[in-house]
Write a protein that binds this ligand. Structure first.
Ligand SMILES: Nc1ncnc2c1ncn2[C@@H]1O[C@H](COP(=O)(O)OP(=O)(O)O)[C@@H](O)[C@H]1O
Ligand code: SF4
Ligand SMILES: [Mg+2]
Length: 440
């Protein structure tokens, strides 16, 4: 209906009361009631008793996003406000989230992660693309048709200080979705709220307290309880631990992991750095300026990333294991700022900051190619760090020469556009041929 950025009016019922004010940093700790306070916390992704989440390659997808786009109009100033351009916040991304699994979505600030989350929860109406959830395309449903599905797809917000209304008690905040959806008789709401507080590791007797009586970590638990109220099948967690102390981050991630197992909830877990998602997400997508540039299973992405941007992001992650085996990653510095999504660079959007960029990168957009059983990358010179090929791997497929000019032979017959999932055959960048990996 609208691409107006100020579409907060479409806010899901669970966001009622969100964003009210400046509860600020006055957090007063109530007596600690923390399910994980005994754990020695070292990093957000290594806590005793919580093994990293595993990938189930056979799990069906609960969400399939294809070619999703969100362009926010940019208006001129003055009396007659004309649309003078568009912020291409999300520009044709595809991915899937497996049932009960978790996909990480990572990238620098401004690359379109929150917009993606807000599209999936339909706080925004997409400009294009589809989002298949249990046989229905969330992109095409009216607000009325969306209402029953809002129960199934919930969101956890980044900032536990601004996402809870400071004038409402915890009971009112967590109970609001129950009241809005009328799923529990009025006289049962309190007991359900208390049950949920207990589930997230808070004292159920504290339902009458106000958000400012809780610490940041506890507030995020309240936000999580609110998101759980309606038994969602998919949770979009938008940087749920970024605002928290490192020592608290791991506790909250562990809680999410426990909840995932107990209630079989699928997660789209958004973060701005690769360290945070490593423990929780067996599969990770890396975004840059509105596009997915690489997506792979954890083992592949963290040990053999093929995209220069992923390699740079990863070089900033302290890696305990690497240090232990004497390996060391040199920090790759990204030059310059992220360009504006109003007028992104031609060809590859990363080219203005990529040390490998060549002529073809400015002329032709690299397709997101499947290059392994669960690995896709969008780079003309895709390859392991320090072993990037000299000639573009994509040229033959795209029907261009090494400089990006069209050749007479034209593009390959192989379909290049990548859907949400994985094919059984992929393009092997070393042999530059399709393979199923069966041989050898
Ligand atoms: N409501 C909006 N109106 C206009 N531009 C927006 C709006 N929301 C986000 N943007 C722009 O879209 C881009 C992506 O933003 P966002 O999704 O918030 O990124 P991230 O969550 O990765 O930091 C940014 O350039 C941002 O300024
Ligand atoms: S396509 Fe070119 S500019 Fe883009 S990441 Fe690859 S080498 Fe760098
Ligand atoms: Mg964000």
């Amino acid at each position: 209906m609208t691409q107006d950025p100020n579409v907060e009016a479409q806010v899901a019922p669970t966001e009622v009361g969100a964003n009210a004010a400046e509860a600020g940093d006055r957090a007063v700790m109530t007596e600690p009631h923390d399910a994980y306070s005994d754990h020695e916390v070292i990093t957000p992704h290594a806590v005793d008793g919580h093994v990293a989440s595993r990938l189930d390659p056979d799990a069906p997808a609960v969400l399939e996003v294809e070619d999703l786009k969100m362009y926010f109009p940019v208006k001129s100033s003055g009396l007659v406000r004309r649309t003078i351009g568009h912020v291409q916040a999300v520009d044709g991304i595809s991915f899937q989230v497996p049932k009960g699994g978790s996909l990480g979505l990572v990238g620098e600030s401004g690359c379109g992660k929150s917009t993606t989350g807000r599209l999936i929860t339909r706080l925004y109406q997409p400009t294009g693309g589809s989002m298949m959830f249990e046989g229905q395309d969330l992109a095409k449903l009216s607000n009325r048709e969306m209402k029953p599905l809002r129960r199934d797809v919930q969101m956890i917000f980044q900032d536990p200080y601004t996402s809870l209304n400071p004038r409402h008690t915890v009971g009112a905040i967590v109970g609001a979705p129950l009241a809005v959806h009328g799923v529990v008789p009025k006289n049962k709401i309190l007991s359900r709220v208390q049950e949920l507080l207990e589930v997230v590791g808070l004292n159920p007797e504290h339902y009458n307290r106000y958000p400012n009586e809780f610490s940041g970590g506890q507030r995020q638990r309240i936000g999580i309880a609110r998101a759980l109220t309606l038994n969602p099948k998919l949770l979009v967690a938008d940087e749920p631990v970024s605002a928290l102390d490192v020592s608290i981050q791991a506790q909250v991630i562990n809680l999410l992991q426990d909840l995932q197992k107990e209630f079989d909830i699928a997660f789209l877990f958004i973060a701005h750095d690769l360290a945070v998602v490593r423990h929780f997400c067996p599969e990770v997508a890396v975004m840059y300026l509105g596009k997915i540039v690489e997506i792979a299973d954890r083992e592949t992405l963290y040990s053999k990333p093929y995209h220069p941007y992923t390699q740079a992001l990863l070089s900033a992650v302290p890696d305990v294991k690497q240090a232990a085996i004497g390996g060391r990653r040199e920090r790759i510095r990204l030059e310059g700022d992220v360009p504006s999504p109003i007028n992104p660079p031609s060809g590859c959007r990363f080219r203005t900051r990529c040390s490998l960029a060549q002529e073809i990168c400015a002329k032709v957009e690299p397709p997101l190619l499947q290059i392994g059983p669960r690995h896709k990358v969008a780079c003309h010179f895709a390859g392991e760090l320090g072993q990037h090929p000299v000639a573009p791997v994509t040229a033959g497929l795209l029907g261009v020469d090494d400089h990006g000019s069209p050749t007479s032979s034209g593009p390959a017959a192989t379909p290049l556009t990548s859907g949400p999932g994985y094919e059984k055959e992929w393009f092997d960048v070393k042999s530059r041929q399709m393979t199923s990996g069966a041989a050898g």
